[in-house]
Design a protein around this ligand. Sequence first.
Ligand SMILES: [Zn+2]
Length: 597
Amino acid sequence: MRRSDEDDRALVEAARAGDRHARDRLVAAYLPLVYNVVGRALDGHADVDDVVQETMLRCLRALWDLRDPGRFRAWLVAIAVRQVRERHRHRATAATQIGDRADDLADPGADFADLTVLRLELTGQRREVADATRWLDSDHRELLALWWLEAAGELSRDDLALSLGLGHEHAAVRVQRMRAQLDAARVVVRALNAAPRCAGLAAVAAGWDGRPDPLWRKRFARHTRTCGECAGAWGSLVAADRLLVGLALVPVPVALLGPAVTATAPAPAGAAKTGALVMGKPALAAVGTVVAVATATVVYAVLGGGGPPAVPAAAPVTSAPAVVPLVSSAPRPSRAPRPAPSTTRPKPKPPAVATSARKGVSTWEFGPIPAGLKAVGASWYYNWSPTNASMPGPSGVEFVPMIWGADAVTDRTLATAKAEGDVLLGFNEPDLGEQANLTVERALELWPRLEATGMRLGSPAVAWGGADAGGWLDRFMTGARERGHRVDFIALHWYGADFSAAAVGHLRGYLRAVHERYGLPIWLTEFALIRFEGGTTYPSDAQQSAFVTGATRMLGSLSFVERYAWFGLPSTGDSGTGLYRADGTLTAAGRAYRAAR
Ligand SMILES: [Zn+2]
């Protein structure tokens, strides 16, 4: 049964005040939840215990960063998600280095689907759902972990969206896609388990090694849709969330409930970030900037578990994110522009912060949005949604609404967007399956609804290939012209995988090519240096800062670039390109962006 937010608030406040029993209780109350998130997200990989431990450690160290103690659950889950992603990144790197396949590191004895079936004694369709989770695309796995807990009643949809750093609509779209895939996987599980197995399916399975994987899921699912014998498996699927209602958490294994551990954690004092941690015998010096104030010795019987304690990753541990953004797979949404004065504002005497009417940021929810917008000198911002109700900015900084995808094309959402401003950003990355995922035809069909708002309209923002003849954007713009649809400017995203000084030139070349093709002003609504191949890689601080400086200078010199928005404002969780930390300080990239005008 889910604890109430008010119980959490009291416990967190007591823990912050130095009450060690409160800390113990907080850990005890939430260890099962964290274990279920991490276990399912990593599918029982051998690293699960380490990741759970790191998550709890970071949580305790960062308790003072939590803005609203009533949101403890979502905040903690966000940390867990970040640690899971961190682990993926390390694994991807390790796999490349040793020329190994990442999945070879999996621990077959700890398969979380098996654990779920065995420990919860699942049968029938519930068991099929658990078995089906092995067949999902890996990028659905962490969402599955959170959604499972939502279905079971342990997390709210708010918690889920916040933990992933997504708006509600975006979260809904992702859940819907994941569930469609899960249903296909359930049918595959059922068809493969049928006795006797359909001969046609057996033929398809001839070259299969017996291990669940996404490619084989697609092959088998395709067969079940067209085979008279297997198609019946689609008929009687009970909605997965109904099957999981009230389902218990998988119990925490004994290994995670080891001997008592002594930890020294920061005691109350507003800005305290990180304290030294002592677990068992070996002293673990926590890394990062330490502003430790008084330290309180805390005993909690949770971490440890024999052997050398897991040392938190040596990355800076300065703070935990209020909300973890999703940066790991593909670029995010973009937004739309408004008539922007394309002149830069002269800066008075020695202003601490440079501003420009062009300069903006994208942001997702995190504590200090207004302060962050001011700190980097942004004139405008957007959040991939039609409203900033949950993320208000300071006065004088314009919010630009977006119609993210097809689901947002409703009278109500369009009216909401219209009430927010006079410029509207069109669909976000319609060319990506995990983003707005629209065919050109569908987008053209919906476009008149956006036009009808009377707002200035930015094109759908493609993830790439904006200048390619026959690419998504080219076909959309051609179709729009033929049908007499209005597009006032082009919105674009760009991520540089070349971290050298050449990056600025690459971006300039792309913008010019797009401008030449369509002859419209451009809003660059997402940009940064990030490499997405083989896991997400970020440049060094020095490289990113140099890019910020060079790119903003270049953008300021192109008359057809009306606006630009860095990806993104928050530096929380695994957002490796953020400008502003939850503790109110600028990152290196943030300092560079602040100087841009
Ligand atoms: Zn069949």
